[in-house]
Design a protein around this ligand. Structure first.
Ligand SMILES: *[C@@H]1O[C@H](CO)[C@@H](O)[C@H](O)[C@H]1NC(C)=O
Ligand SMILES: *[C@@H]1O[C@H](CO)[C@@H](O)[C@H](O)[C@H]1NC(C)=O
Ligand SMILES: *[C@@H]1O[C@H](CO)[C@@H](O)[C@H](O)[C@H]1NC(C)=O
Ligand SMILES: *[C@@H]1O[C@H](CO)[C@@H](O)[C@H](O)[C@H]1NC(C)=O
Ligand SMILES: *[C@@H]1O[C@H](CO)[C@@H](O)[C@H](O)[C@H]1NC(C)=O
Ligand SMILES: *[C@@H]1O[C@H](CO)[C@@H](O)[C@H](O)[C@H]1NC(C)=O
Ligand SMILES: *[C@@H]1O[C@H](CO)[C@@H](O)[C@H](O)[C@H]1NC(C)=O
Length: 648
């Protein structure tokens, strides 16, 4: 009995997370700026389709060194093993056979400015990888290298480093009403394929392939075509959400009249019910046909529906619930299924474990605010304690994954007290503000390091602004929310105020003095440009080594305006050099590079939000400033007491 509230808490939380679990369509900035090269294929965005939507790609297991393992395939596309298993009616523990086709669920979008519809997938470059090689091997021609170049405007394709995160756009399409399909599958034509053979495999008519892809003669081997799925998107696939209300839909019985995909347009959450036992017979039939064709390995009994044990331990994962034929038990099974998907991704900690690791949340372990340092089994984590209903942050963190954002490792819910704990990676060198204020440490923060920090932050912000959907606005960018790891690379922390959605208006103004954008303060307007403004202030702090707001309330911003931004442009370099952190002036620090950063800061701090650059522009400009630095021959500038440039 005592398990029930716990289950509900978790389930509700899991639901929140699931609502945002999809990687979101990225926006292609370069495409907006320059016309797309005509050679890039893919599927054109269509005015008759509604984006984003659920889509699929057909992927063959066991090629290009990708292990025969659902997790490995899922990782490649940013989907969980659980989702993949369910889309293909496999047990989560099943290993796909060599060459077995798998339907990979994708969230397909058509970002503004992009000529093509695609699902962005994050890929970490390893040795020997190029855009082309990854596209034709691991990603099996589901994308093309030209499109990869387009969606990664800040990366130089010939200068990739091992470990770089690259967005690969998997081509996909959303159905138009006339297509009479609930979802479209991206299929790469193989040697020997004909429309007739593909139509037979997917149990659709060949004519529908003609209307989607044009006449058969026009398609080449290894080009991408679209295949319709006629039936309702399988109920066990997580729903598509186009709004971001935190509502927990009641567990619903399997719908008899199933909504079509056009319902998603209104932001209606569809298909939340996971009535595995009862779900759409025709879709089952279709899968069975595929199953025969694919000579699938024997599938396991039922889907592994994990039950979370009362103590919240990971051990509870593998337990199976007795799933009846739907009906009364449906509600609970819906919850349980949702959780297990989530468990796939995060570690669940026990309350006692966290208490022990933090000395009962003792002040000695306090890092800052409500964040404690915890040592669990030799691993160090940062644990944030919050009230259960303050878990908006979880919802956002769940859908981001970037090396310049603090990583969520796990969570814990205390059902007795309603406390919710978020467990993050521990970032060794603490926050940027403490590092800058401690003059001895600031001295070790040389210009190159500061430039890297600025660039890291730009990349992190660019990621949340451009590669999440709905977009995330952090809302509280400041130097105390920037953490530095052992290599002094920066990570953005504290998404506690973050918001999904763009152009929202709020009456509840929250933020930190010295960083708040004027349009937010005055009109409550929430856009990504408010983060750009706050980022501009952090740049000023990096250059000057001073706080955004002094003890007397004087603003760094006003000082920069007064002493650096005003006046003749040619003298900016000199004014910036005179204004910068004295510890930087002692080092050899290229004045051109400092001036570039100051002009970026000035642009970010424009009063009119529409005049501020996007983080894409900022990242680009700063990477140029970094090159400038690399070219710098070592000529140093010395600043005399009166602040005049003596030499260059
Ligand atoms: C896609 O758009 C391009 C450029 O607008 C056009 O040339 C091409 O014919 C379109 N393709 C399809 C299939 O409509
Ligand atoms: C969109 O739909 C309209 C009306 O059904 C049709 O005339 C038009 O050709 C369609 N456009 C595209 C790009 O399919
Ligand atoms: C992808 O296409 C290239 C040719 O463009 C081909 O050499 C390669 O074998 C294809 N990859 C797969 C997995 O089919
Ligand atoms: C849509 O597809 C279904 C199932 O194949 C078929 O019964 C129905 O007639 C189709 N509707 C149209 C308008 O083509
Ligand atoms: C999934 O596999 C099980 C066991 O092989 C089978 O009974 C069930 O009908 C399959 N469901 C679908 C949708 O193919
Ligand atoms: C984030 O991405 C990295 C690199 O691709 C991957 O190893 C990791 O599992 C991902 N984490 C999550 C929570 O998706
Ligand atoms: C950052 O951490 C490393 C390793 O823990 C340490 O050696 C270094 O001194 C720290 N840097 C600063 C500026 O605190």
């Amino acid at each position: 009995m005592r398990q029930r509230p716990l289950l509900w808490h978790r389930a509700a939380l899991a639901t929140l997370l699931c609502l945002c679990a999809f990687p979101a369509p990225a926006r292609s900035q370069s495409a907006a700026a320059t016309p797309a090269p005509a050679t890039v294929e893919g599927f054109n965005c269509s005015a008759n389709s509604t984006y984003p939507c659920q889509a699929y790609a057909l992927y063959r297991a066991g090629f290009a060194g990708v292990p025969l393992d659902l997790s490995a395939v899922g990782d490649l596309f940013g989907v969980s093993r659980f989702m993949l298993a369910h889309a293909n009616n496999l047990s989560t523990s099943a290993a796909p056979a060599n060459g077995q086709p798998l339907l990979v669920p994708l969230q397909c979008g058509c970002p503004s400015g992009s000529p093509n519809a695609y699902a962005p997938t994050q890929y970490q470059i390893s040795s020997g990888d190029t855009y082309w090689i990854v596209s034709v091997t691991k990603l099996q021609n589901l994308t093309q290298y030209q499109a990869v170049e387009r969606v990664n405007p800040t990366l130089v394709p010939t200068m990739l480093n091992v470990g770089d995160m690259v967005t690969f756009p998997i081509f996909c399409q959303c159905p138009a009403a006339a297509d009479n399909a609930t979802a479209l599958v991206t299929y790469v034509m193989q040697q020997g394929d004909t429309y007739a053979s593909i139509a037979a495999d997917f149990a659709v008519d060949a004519q529908s392939l003609v209307s989607l892809n044009g006449p058969e003669g026009g398609t080449k081997v290894l080009s991408e075509i679209l295949v319709p799925l006629r039936r309702q998107v399988p109920q066990w696939l997580p729903p598509i959400v186009t709004h971001n209300d935190v509502s927990i839909p009641p567990p619903s019985p399997p719908p008899s009249a199933t909504p079509g995909p056009s319902d998603d347009r209104n932001g209606v959450v569809t298909g939340l019910a996971i009535g595995l036992g009862v779900v759409g017979g025709l879709w089952l039939l279709q899968l069975l046909l595929l199953a025969c064709l694919w000579r699938r390995l024997k599938a396991e009994d039922r889907q592994g529906e994990a039950v979370v044990s009362g103590d919240g331990g990971e051990a509870g994962r593998s337990a199976k619930s007795a799933s009846g034929g739907g009906g009364g038990g449906g509600g609970e099974r819906f919850l349980v299924s949702d959780i297990s998907e989530w468990l796939d991704k995060y570690r669940v900690f026990k309350v006692e474990e966290l208490e022990r690791a933090t000395g009962g949340f003792d002040d000695a372990h306090l890092i800052q605010g409500s964040v404690f340092k915890a040592n669990i089994g030799g691993e160090v984590f940062a644990v944030k304690k919050m009230k259960w209903d303050a878990c908006e942050e979880l919802k956002i963190l769940q859908k981001v994954n970037h090396s310049n954002l603090v990583k969520l490792e796990g969570f814990c819910i205390n059902s007795a007290t309603g406390d919710c704990f978020l467990v993050y990676e521990y970032v060794e060198n603490g926050s940027l503000d403490t590092c800058l204020l401690d003059r001895a440490r600031a001295r070790r923060l040389d210009w190159r390091t500061r430039l890297h920090i600025a660039l890291d932050l730009a990349h992190g912000l660019q990621y949340i602004h451009e590669h999440t959907w709905p977009r995330v606005v952090h809302k509280d960018i400041k130097s105390s929310n920037v953490l530095l790891d052992a290599r002094m690379r920066a990570k953005i922390a504290n998404f506690g105020l973050a918001k999904t959605g763009h152009n929202a208006v709020t009456t509840h103004i929250v933020g930190t003095q010295g960083y708040i954008a004027p349009e937010y303060l005055v009109d409550g307007l929430v856009t990504t440009k408010m983060d750009v403004f706050a980022y501009g202030v952090v740049l000023l702090e990096l250059v000057s080594g001073r706080e955004a707001a002094g003890d007397g309330g004087e603003l760094l911003l006003a000082d920069a305006e007064e002493r650096v931004f005003r006046g003749r442009e040619e003298r900016l370099e000199a004014r910036a050099a005179a204004w910068m952190d004295p510890v930087l002036a002692e080092q050899s620090c290229p004045p051109g590079s400092v001036a570039t950063v100051m002009s970026v800061a000035r642009a970010c701090l424009q009063r009119d939000p529409s005049k501020r650059p996007s983080m894409v522009d900022v990242a680009y400009t700063l990477s140029r400033a970094e090159e400038y630095f690399a070219d710098y021959s070592g000529e140093s500038v010395s600043v005399s007491g009166s602040g005049e440039i003596a030499a260059r």
